[in-house]
Design a protein around this ligand. Sequence first.
Ligand code: PRP
Length: 213
Amino acid sequence: MSERLRIAITKGRLLDKSVELFEAVGLDCSPIKDPGRRLVHCVPNYPLDAVLAKAPDVITYVEHGVCDLGIVGKDTILEKGGSFYEVLDLGFGKCRFALAVKEGSDFYGTYKTRRIASKYPEVTRAFFEKKGMDVDIIKIEGSVELAPILDLADAIVDIVETGATLKANGLVPIEDVAQVSARLIVNTASMKLYKDEIADLIARCEGELERRK
Ligand code: PRP
């Protein structure tokens, strides 16, 4: 008998796409599609239970081994890091991290230390460290586009999907920082303990992703 696996799925925009993928590979996701206030759901026709969680918590649950697998954005992986296997780029939830400034401002044309606002200080730190550039990073919790408008920062590092939010706030992207999409991650011990079960799920997803190309 195969072991029941547990997967943590990021709530919000990645959840619908995750359900779409799992249904395409034959998993009955009806309990997840009608979750109510319940946070743990069983897949009736496959040995898998799904836990719905916030992105950073997906990583925490997988790292601690209370979930064998997780679906989480590369943005959260880059920011939070951690010890787990990143086994599959799921191809949805695509966007990018970009460096953006107020339209018309010359970001590189000054020697003074630049201030960068971001919800992702670690991604920002790594980007400027690679450039060998010393910057002051200010952590913002939401609507980081406000920081340059209010003259709190010279630039922002943030997620850009359509570019509409930047445009609406008079900002322009000047450099890509990293590409982002949803990833399937696996706890390192689970990978050994439930090798066959996990391989089956990965193979099903890979097959579907290949079909979508
Ligand atoms: C993200 C990001 C931007 C916006 C970009 O915020 O921080 O504000 O999306 O999308 P666009 O390029 O399509 O305009 P999100 O909506 O995820 O909200 P958050 O502040 O809760 O992260």
